[in-house]
Design a protein around this ligand. Structure first.
Ligand code: F3S
Length: 64
């Protein structure tokens, strides 16, 4: 499973990094600093919560 970040959609709400700081990181301006992340099986539940928590729908799950 992978998370992809929709370019330009992040508005810096930081809910993703609050929920899952091991997956997401912010840049110096407070916007998401990654464009995608590989999700290990033990991170799946928290990754799904972070995707749902983003009010801008900037995060997309890719199941494989
Ligand atoms: Fe950005 Fe959404 Fe996270 S707006 S900082 S991707 S919660």
């Amino acid at each position: 499973m992978k998370i992809k970040v929709e370019p330009g959609k992040c508005q810096g709400h930081a809910r993703c990094t609050t929920l899952a700081p091991d997956i997401f990181e912010l840049d110096d301006d407070g916007y998401i600093a990654i464009s995608e992340a590989e999700i290990s099986p033990d991170q799946e539940a928290i990754a799904r919560r972070a995707v749902r928590a983003c009010p801008e729908r900037a995060l997309n799950l890719e199941e494989k």
